[in-house]
Write a protein that binds this ligand. Structure first.
Ligand SMILES: Cc1cc2nc3c(=O)[nH]c(=O)nc-3n(C[C@H](O)[C@H](O)[C@H](O)COP(=O)(O)O)c2cc1C
Ligand SMILES: CCCCC(=O)C(=O)O
Length: 364
């Protein structure tokens, strides 16, 4: 690609050029037919704006807060695994970029670098994403390490009872690289039977009996607020509120788990309505533009998280690349707000977008 990247999608192209195929495939790929992977992005393209004109937008305020932590824009770093496959500094670089961007980073359970390394290299507000192992003492130990090291919330990923079937990883015989948090706790040296080592590893360690009752167990091992990640229905949103978690994250795991799950942006409103404002609803999946962020906010998200674009920035330019990606999305959101006539996040309403279902309803 010639010249400087001017948008987040161009970072993806650069990352593809920079990375070994196996690593790029792991980051980029989705489950099975990758239908949901395409839809996560395509569904945004079917939402249009109802911009308002002649509003004073000489000053735009994008600031918000999540669980009381103030951030200058509602764009947060999603938990994604194995950052050393993108850059030798791994999550240390990502965490530094989060601090430089004054945003929140959710550190993945499957990080290359340790909780302690990430904590000591960055002042960013950090949340810890948890997968619960069959041996509960291991999960509890990880949560307590995160808490001791100043992480501010636990993000419990609920959509990964087993790993989705990612055929690129199977073809590449993708092996699990070192996950240093797990050293001395769980072996990642698994027999992949000639397929995806990641899938085999998850099958071996993950407790697939995990269920709503276990939130109580999680409460018993930590004082941190708990967010549930992977909610796609009103039913589960109500359950999450019922069991008393502090936040709900609408996510289909970047289309890496159940293929033919809905594009997340198409179910956000359903979840928001079910939650009834009792806890914040955070959104992820397919955010590639500031316009996407605006659309998610218009449909009721408090903030969005970004997965792959952060990795592409990291792969291309390390810390500086992640800072640039976050800045691009933020700048695009600011411009979108100005052009749509919304000087603050509160001004963004449901009336500022037209969705596919709006169009269907009005054609009846
Ligand atoms: C390479 C990669 C690794 C991921 N690893 C994790 C993980 O360890 N834990 C988790 O909860 N979600 C994980 N996710 C899902 C992200 O948190 C997020 O839901 C998703 O990336 C959002 O979609 P986007 O990539 O289109 O922004 C991963 C996603 C990708 C692309
Ligand atoms: C133990 C690896 C799981 C990482 C993950 O969640 C993903 O690749 O989507």
């Amino acid at each position: 690609m010639a010249g400087e990247p001017v948008n987040v999608n161009e970072f993806e192209e650069l990352a593809r050029e920079a990375l070994p195929k196996m690593n790029y495939d792991y980051f980029r790929g989705g489950a099975e037919d990758q239908h949901t992977l395409r839809e996560n992005v395509a569904a945004f393209q079917r939402i249009t704006f109802r911009p308002r004109v002649l509003v004073d937008v000489s000053s735009i305020d994008m600031s918000t807060s999540i669980l009381g932590y103030k951030i200058p824009a509602p764009i947060v770093i999603a938990p994604t695994g194995m950052h050393e496959l993108a850059h030798p500094q791994g999550e240390v670089a990502t965490a530094r970029a989060a601090a430089a961007s004054n945003t929140i980073m959710v550190l993945s359970f499957s990080s290359s670098r340790t909780i302690e390394e990430v904590a000591s290299s960055s002042q960013a507000v950090r949340f810890y994403q948890l997968y619960v192992s069959k041996r509960r003492d291991i999960a509890a130990a990880l949560v307590q390490r995160a808490e001791r090291n100043g992480f501010k919330a636990i993000v419990l990923t609920a959509d990964t009872q087993r790993l989705g079937r990612r055929e690129l990883d199977i073809k590449n015989k993708m092996a699990v690289p070192p996950l240093r948090n797990l050293e001395g706790l769980i072996s990642t040296d698994v027999d992949s039977a000639g397929g995806s080592g990641i899938e085999a590893f998850v099958a071996q360690f993950k407790d697939s009996s995990l269920n709503w009752k276990d939130i109580e167990w999680l409460r018993s091992v930590t004082n941190l607020p708990i967010l549930i990640k992977g909610v796609l229905t009103a039913e589960d949103a109500r359950k999450a509120v019922e069991v008393g978690v502090e936040g709900v994250i609408v996510s289909n795991h970047g289309a890496r788990q159940l293929d033919y799950s809905p594009a997340t942006i198409t179910v956000l409103e359903e979840v928001v309505q079910a939650v009834k404002g009792k806890v914040p609803v955070i959104f992820d999946g397919g955010i590639r533009r500031g316009t996407d962020v605006f659309k998610a906010l218009a449909l009721g998200a408090k903030a969005v998280m970004v997965g792959r674009p952060v990795i592409y920035g990291l792969a291309t330019r390390g810390e500086a690349g992640v800072v640039r990606v976050m800045q691009m999305l933020k700048d695009e959101l600011e411009l979108t707000m100005a052009l749509a006539g919304c000087p603050t996040l509160k001004d963004i309403t449901r009336r500022h977008v037209t969705t596919e279902s709006d169009r269907l309803r009005s054609s009846l």
